[in-house]
Design a protein around this ligand. Structure first.
Ligand SMILES: *Cc1c(COP(=O)(O)O)cnc(C)c1O
Length: 495
């Protein structure tokens, strides 16, 4: 299968090239030239499979040039060997007859980024080998919290890779910082950057465009790459859990064969919900895709009006992993809804970079409204939903997941649509202890890692192992850089 750029359909690559490159040279996103359709028997076949087998079944149809035996090995390395604390990997939890929750946070870092970042290193290293790349890849990441840790865990001790993560000194929670600075592995590095996430990201961007640095590293046998969420190698593993959830519902007798479900996804960069759309186009019976945003509701407005406009106030919310004004993966969605009109996509994206806004034509708008529903949720509503789920259902959720449940509740009240719905849960509540305790009405919070015990004692819910283990971990990294010394960090790291 070939991959093509969303901005130029003639710009083609094979799968290993698309994964190794990440981004098309014209700035577009590499996308399968043809979206495969599952055979009619697929759901029945997958129903009997383990999660790892479902991974191979789905990914195989997108990855020409990769043997099924290869993918089987990747799936077992990524999701097997006790890396996930739940045997179903991505379990579906029943709340009532029409409400289910897909928990995507049982991986090593307790957030849904693990679902993709456990797989990406294997896809990437295999792709580099297939491309006959001799140099060692060094992944650079600027993180606002979840991605950095998930990337460190994913690339930890993966052959022929190094990974260096920069996080903003003032921009991550205490637990997130501890998760990173205690990271184990022989090929990892972590460095704080003075300032906020923007400072860290701007710094990393300038490292990527530093030709002098690239030449120096090439001489020493390295090249820089990113583990960005627009890489096809991150989108693909996410398609699997939607197919998997559908099979599990069927297996549990929650739905009948062929019965369509809705999905409700807390959305930031649009990667997760895009994967649900791809699952649908492959043939998984999904009706509405409900796109849930926090107060940064640029996607809600877009889906309602067809106008995307990033010129607005940026809010720091209680669901920080969704604090985004430019959702990069939306470009792939527009590509599909425009009937794969690369010229139109190019036009919109150039308007976005020039003016910060664009308006899609009426045919795209109509399709958008047919596929999606959208809503947003402020911090107060987020807290109220955490409390409500706990008080009424004894189900503890994090703030990102609460955004989704709030938007679903509004959607149901407005439309009366009571279709069986899978709401996606993207992080363990223990990753956001302060916000969750606040929501539960607990005023005095313990400091450091003791807050994990406090949330556990308050609710009786056990602390996830990867977070509980942090107490026994040594700090390994205490470097602090500023924008001008980040280059030196890379040079030292790759000495
Ligand atoms: C990244 C993230 C999201 C947003 O996912 P997108 O794929 O960017 O839409 C939601 N919740 C959590 C906890 C995340 O880490």
């Amino acid at each position: 299968m070939n991959y093509l750029s969303t901005r130029n359909r003639d710009l083609r690559m094979n799968a290993p090239q698309a994964i190794a490159k990440g981004l098309a040279p014209d700035g577009g996103l590499m996308t399968p030239a043809v979206l495969p359709r599952l055979p009619a028997s697929a759901v029945e076949t997958m129903k009997a499979m383990s999660y790892q087998q479902r991974v191979v079944y789905i990914m195989n149809s997108f990855l020409e040039g990769f043997a099924a035996s290869e993918l089987t090995a990747f799936a077992s390395e990524a999701y097997g060997g006790g890396k996930f604390s739940h045997e179903d990997i991505a379990p579906v939890v029943k709340l009532d007859d029409s409400a289910y929750c897909l928990e995507l946070w049982h991986g090593p870092t307790c957030a849904f980024k693990d679902m993709a970042l456990q797989m990406l290193p294997h896809l990437l290293t295999a792709s580099l080998e297939k491309n006959d790349e001799k140099k060692t890849v060094c992944i650079l990441v600027a993180t606002s919290g979840d991605t950095g840790k998930a990337a460190l865990e994913g690339f930890r001790n993966v052959d022929k890779t190094k990974i260096l993560v920069f996080y903003p000194k003032d921009g991550v929670s205490e637990i997130q910082e501890l998760q990173m600075v205690t990271q184990e592995g022989g090929n990892v590095g972590v460095c704080a950057v003075k300032g906020n996430f923007d400072d860290a990201q701007t710094g990393v961007k300038s490292l990527f465009s530093d030709e002098e640095l690239a030449a120096e590293l090439a001489e020493r046998g390295f090249f820089l790459s990113s583990a960005n969420s627009i890489n096809w190698g991150r989108v693909l593993p996410q398609i699997v859990y939607y197919a998997s959830a559908y099979c599990d519902l069927l297996k549990a007798g929650a739905i009948n064969k062929g019965q369509a479900i809705n999905v409700c996804v807390p959305t930031g960069n649009f990667g997760n919900i895009l994967a649900a759309y791809y699952a649908k186009t492959m043939g998984i019976p999904i009706n509405k895709l409900i796109c849930a945003s926090n107060q940064n509701n640029v996607l809600t407005d877009f889906i309602h009006t067809g106008a995307y406009d990033r010129n607005r106030v940026f809010y720091n919310t209680l669901s920080p992993s969704m604090d985004i004004l430019v959702s990069s993966n939306l470009e792939r969605m527009i590509f599909e809804l425009s009937g794969r009109d690369d010229k139109l996509v190019r036009e919109y994206m150039s308007q976005l970079s020039q003016y910060g806004s664009y308006r899609v034509d009426s045919s795209i708008r109509t399709k958008l409204k047919k596929e999606f529903s959208a809503g947003s949720c402020d911090d107060q509503q987020t807290q109220a939903m955490v409390a409500k789920m706990w008080n009424e259902r004894n189900y503890l959720i994090d703030t990102h997941t609460a955004v989704a449940f709030h938007v679903l509740e509004e959607y149901r009240a407005e439309t009366g649509d009571d279709t069986v719905t899978v709401t996606v849960s993207t992080a363990s509540p223990f990753k956001f202890c302060n916000s969750v305790l606040d929501a539960l009405g607990v005023k005095e919070h313990r400091t450091g890692l003791d807050i994990l015990d406090q949330l556990s004692e308050t609710t009786g819910v056990p602390i996830p192992m990867p977070l509980a283990r942090l107490k026994r971990r040594q700090r390994r990294f205490d470097g602090v850089a500023d924008k001008d010394t980040m280059k030196g960090c890379v040079q030292d790291f790759l000495k």
